[in-house]
Design a protein. Structure first.
Length: 98
C-alpha cells in the first residue's frame, strides 16, 4: 500500500510541475493541461484514501489507474522534459495502484 501512496504523491507533484512549467500558456498543450490537473487531484485523493484501506480506496485506486494512464498517454505525445517526467510518474503510479 505504501508504494501506491508514495507514487500517487510523486505523480501529484509531477503533474503540477508539468502544468505550471510546461502547459500554461502553450495552446498546443491544452489537453495535456486538463489531464494533468485532473490527474493531480485524483492522485492526491487516492494517496489520502489509501491510508484508510477501505472499499472507497479500492474504487478511487481503480479510477486513479485509469486517469494516470490517460494523462501519461497525452504527455507522451510531447518532447518537453516536464511532459516526459510526468508521463513516467503517471505510469509508475498506475502500475503501483493496480
Amino acid at each position: 500500500m505504501d508504494s501506491c501512496v508514495n507514487n500517487c504523491l510523486e505523480c501529484f507533484m509531477a503533474c503540477n510541475d508539468c502544468v505550471y512549467n510546461c502547459c500554461i500558456g502553450n495552446d498546443e498543450h491544452k489537453k495535456c493541461l486538463e489531464n494533468c490537473l485532473i490527474c493531480a487531484e485524483i492522485c492526491s485523493l487516492c494517496a489520502k484514501l489509501c491510508i484508510l484501506e477501505g472499499d472507497m480506496a479500492k474504487k478511487i485506486k481503480t479510477l486513479c489507474v485509469e486517469i494516470c494512464n490517460i494523462c501519461a498517454s497525452e504527455c507522451e505525445k510531447f518532447e518537453d522534459e516536464k511532459c516526459k517526467i510526468c508521463a513516467q510518474a503517471c505510469r509508475k503510479c498506475a502500475k503501483s495502484c493496480e
